[in-house]
Every structure is written in structure tokens, then in C-alpha cells.
Design a protein around this ligand. Structure first.
Ligand SMILES: Cc1cc2nc3c(=O)[nH]c(=O)nc-3n(C[C@H](O)[C@H](O)[C@H](O)COP(=O)(O)OP(=O)(O)OC[C@H]3O[C@@H](n4cnc5c(N)ncnc54)[C@H](O)[C@@H]3O)c2cc1C
Length: 279
């Protein structure tokens, strides 16, 4: 539950194939209505391809996740048709400052050149981006099926067959092409033996979203070894609705449950400790 955001609840509708006990075939089925699945769905529709998008949940992502959108991401969001909303709601920033203990040791300014359409960076909570992507999917005629959990995928010589669980039981559909956008831990990629390429570093962070009206500049501040969190780093970002996001580095061996307990010295109003891998 957030003070500043009411999570939408998208309606589950029993799929026609399940009612008919038939197996329909679609050109493209996407699993996962996160940013990646919805971006792929919108791009398909912009090319005139019919899309079915399945998600096991019925809302946007919960809690504090992605924050910053750089120029290239904003260009892509422009192509998808959601960038105006993202820029209108988000916080623009250009200046980043880096501190070692209490001393500023580096800063940068991403001030856009005059002919740039968008600012250097936009900060916006991921749930807003997802809400705008859902609206855009609906506008473009993506068939969104909430509360549809893919439980297994079978390869066929000319496509795939998916078994799907809904509140009304299970059903199957077929697809010429399947896009697995079911998140970092993707059970579908695992099931199909597909790997993700990239560099990963392992760490744990306590993420605090502090709702605060403050006169601070909208800048990104990053500390190494600050006096208020010795031997670790801290990152501060201003987001929409006067939410200030603070990421406290904890180290890979930290115990998330311990860190969430009151009295650990973090000024967190709402915080959750999570394991984050940057790729
Ligand atoms: C605590 C936390 C903090 C983060 N902070 C940052 C950050 O500061 N900056 C940053 O860039 N990124 C951050 N991230 C990462 C960012 O949130 C992800 O990179 C992003 O959400 C990935 O998008 P996605 O669409 O690939 O997957 P997801 O957003 O994970 O979406 C996957 C979707 O698939 C659905 N799904 C999964 N399995 C099935 C199934 N079997 N059937 C049907 N549907 C299924 C899920 O319901 C979900 O909607 C953070 C993540 C977490 C958890």
C-alpha cells in the first residue's frame, strides 16, 4: 500500500477458448505484461501484427523498481507512444553529484543540446510507466489476458503450444511465435533451456521511498562511504509525487529481514530489502 499511488486492478475475463474448449492459434503470444512484454506488444501492433499478451497478475509491478529513463529509453518510449505521459509525470534532471564521505568529488551535467526533444534523464516510478503502457496496449488493440498464468510450453515443428491456468481452470493455445517476457527469473526460458547473456554483479540494497516535500534540487546524488552509512554506497533520486528514493547498499551477505527491522538507522518510511542484479 502506497500513500502516493493507487494500484489499478485490471479485469479478468474468461478466455473464449476456455469456454469453448477449443485451441486457437495466434501469430504472436507474449508472456509477461512488464515493461518488456508490453513494449514488444505495442511494437507488434504498430506493425499491424495481432498480439495476445498473458500475465499471471492483474496489476502493475508492486513497490519501487526501475527509476531512471535515459535519452535512448525516452526515444523508444516516444516510438511506443507513451513518452509524453512519462515526461509530464516524471522528474527531469541533468545534474549528478558524487561524494566521497562528505566531500563532492565529481559532478556531471547532461544538459541537452538545444535541438534535443527530451531532457537528459527522467525519473519515474516503474508502476506509472507500466500503467501508461497498459493504456497504450489497450488503445492499440492488444488482447490483454490478466490472471492467465502460463504453466508449460511445448515446442512444435511450426510453433509452440502453451498451457495456461486461469481462475476458471486450465486451457491451451498455440502460437506461431512466442515472446517470453516473464521477467529476470523467467520460468519459460528455463523450461526451454534458453540463457540470458550479460554481466551480473551481486549485491543487496535497502530501497527506501520517502514521501517528503523538500526544497532540494532535482539532482542525482551518489555517496561512497558516507558518515550516515559507513563503508557502503547510497544513491538518492527525486521521483514523481514528492517521493525521494534512497538506495542503501548493504553488501551481498546482508540479511534482508534484519535490515528491514526498525532501528537499523536508515530513515526509511517505506523500505524493502531486495537482491538486485545489474545486467
Ligand atoms: C526491488 C527491485 C528494484 C529494482 N530497481 C531497479 C532500478 O533502480 N533500476 C532499474 O533499471 N531496474 C530496477 N529493477 C529491475 C526492473 O524492475 C526490471 O528490470 C524490469 O521490471 C524488467 O522488466 P520485464 O518486463 O523484463 O520483467 P518484469 O517487470 O519482471 O515482468 C514480468 C511479468 O511477467 C509476468 N509473469 C511471470 N511469470 C509468468 C507466467 N508464468 N505466466 C504469465 N505471466 C508471468 C509477471 O506477472 C510480470 O508482470 C528493480 C527490480 C526490483 C525487483
Amino acid at each position: 500500500m502506497l500513500k502516493t499511488y493507487a494500484y489499478p486492478k485490471y479485469a479478468y475475463v474468461q478466455p473464449q477458448e476456455q469456454k469453448d474448449r477449443s485451441v486457437a492459434r495466434y501469430p504472436v503470444v507474449i508472456v509477461g505484461a512488464g515493461p518488456v512484454g508490453m513494449a514488444a506488444a505495442i511494437d507488434c501492433r504498430l506493425h499491424g501484427i495481432p498480439v495476445v499478451l498473458l500475465d499471471e497478475d492483474d496489476t502493475v509491478s508492486i513497490g519501487s523498481r526501475g527509476v531512471c529513463y535515459a535519452k535512448r529509453a525516452l526515444e523508444i518510449l516516444d516510438r511506443l507512444g507513451v513518452c509524453d505521459r512519462v515526461v509530464a509525470k516524471g522528474v527531469s534532471w541533468n545534474v549528478g553529484r558524487t561524494f566521497f564521505r562528505e566531500e563532492e568529488v565529481f559532478n556531471f551535467n547532461l544538459l541537452p543540446e538545444p535541438d534535443h526533444k527530451r531532457p537528459g534523464m527522467i525519473n519515474l516510478q516503474q508502476y506509472y510507466l507500466e500503467e501508461y503502457l497498459v493504456d497504450r496496449c489497450v488503445e492499440l488493440g492488444v488482447e490483454m489476458r490478466w490472471k492467465n498464468r502460463v504453466v508449460s510450453v511445448q515446442r512444435m515443428s511450426d510453433g509452440v503450444r502453451l498451457n495456461i491456468e486461469t481462475p476458471d481452470g486450465t486451457y491451451g493455445i498455440e502460437a506461431d511465435w512466442l515472446i517470453a517476457a516473464d521477467g529476470a527469473k523467467s520460468p519459460i526460458r528455463k523450461q526451454m533451456g534458453l540463457e540470458v547473456e550479460g554481466k551480473v554483479f551481486q549485491d543487496r540494497f535497502l530501497i527506501a521511498d520517502v514521501v517528503m516535500k523538500a526544497d532540494f534540487p532535482s539532482e542525482r546524488w551518489f555517496w561512497f562511504d558516507p558518515p550516515f552509512h559507513p563503508n557502503q554506497s547510497v544513491l538518492l533520486h527525486h521521483q514523481a509525487d514528492n517521493v525521494w528514493r534512497i538506495d542503501f547498499q548493504l553488501g551481498w551477505n546482508a540479511d534482508p529481514e534484519e535490515e528491514k527491522k526498525a532501528g537499523k538507522g536508515h530513515s526509511a518510511h517505506q523500505g524493502h530489502a531486495g537482491r538486485r542484479a545489474r545486467v
